[in-house]
Design a protein around this ligand. Structure first.
Ligand code: NAP
Length: 249
């Protein structure tokens, strides 16, 4: 595996992308690069579209020209969050944010320009390294209490589970859009309670509403993902992911 960083390759530059794909001769390209600052995208729309739409377009063109498959990572934010049951791959996207719209445009560019595409929508990603929701909440656990939003529901996804699922997916040849996220759904509040319980923290967790935490970009109220695709590729339940995360600390 060749893992290119931003310093190695700027995906917004078509010539660089073409050169990298040609020189490394990969069997498959996996794109994890993105503009992920959801609030920042509201004030730098061009920046978000350049990275989330133009970048994947460049990658799809370069891989398509060489008949190479591409995996493109996308997001639950392509949905409006108004559903009352988990979203599957055939549900109609309706993004409410610049981030979501720019990611959807990226999906569409990839699908249009390289028929050998796997568009992988995932959600609420976390890992033992870096800054993410569980590591942030662990950093706050020395307080007496933390306030956590209890009216947003999603699918927490442990990154190693996603990596394994992508490994299973890319040998199928079943091109198209896939929902790969931790099985089941929960709220940020319940996720925090589960984490603190696993960590034996005594910090009180206070449920609060989205309205108590106004943000520039609207968060989906409910964006639990499920998959109807075949062959079935199911990630473990989200709580299993959290337990593995804690065990790996
Ligand atoms: N995090 C989540 O909860 C979540 C949920 C659903 C879907 N996703 C999707 O999952 C994927 C990965 O998300 P993440 O949270 O891991 O993102 P991240 O931590 O923000 O990482 C994005 C990466 O893209 C790189 N990058 C930025 N501009 C680039 C450019 N022009 N060319 C090449 N690389 C560039 C960044 O490098 P530098 O930092 O060096 O600039 C960084 O390594 C994204 O497609 C995201 O939309 C994430």
């Amino acid at each position: 595996m060749i893992a290119l960083t931003h310093d190695d390759l700027d995906i917004t530059k078509p010539d660089q992308v073409r050169g990298a794909v040609e020189s490394h001769s990969p069997d498959i390209v996996i794109n994890g690069a993105a503009w992920t600052n959801v609030d920042g995208a509201e004030t730098d729309e061009d920046g978000a579209y350049r990275l989330n739409s133009l970048g994947p377009r460049n990658l799809a063109l370069a891989t398509g020209a060489l008949n190479l498959p591409i995996v493109h990572i996308s997001t639950d934010y392509v949905f409006d969050g108004e559903a009352s049951r988990p979203y599957h791959e055939f549900d109609e996207p309706n993004p409410r944010t610049v981030y979501g719209r720019s990611k959807l445009a990226g999906e569409r560019a990839v699908a249009a320009l390289n028929p050998r595409h796997y568009i992988v929508r995932t959600a609420w990603l976390y890992h033992n390294e870096g800054r993410n929701f569980p590591t942030t909440m662990m950093g706050l656990a020395d307080r007496d209490e933390v306030r956590v939003v209890s009216d947003q529901y999603g699918s927490p996804t442990y990154a190693p589970h996603l990596a394994r699922a992508i490994g299973d997916l890319i040998v199928t040849g079943a091109y198209g859009t896939w929902h790969l996220a931790g099985h089941g759904g929960t709220s940020w509040y319940e996720l925090t309670c589960a984490l603190y319980q696993l960590m034996n923290y005594r910090t009180r967790v206070i449920p609060v509403s989205t309205a108590d935490f106004p943000r520039p970009a609207q968060r989906p109220r409910y964006s639990v993902l499920k998959s109807l695709q075949q062959p079935e590729i199911l990630l473990p339940p989200w709580l299993e992911g959290l337990k593995e995360f804690v065990n790996a600390l």
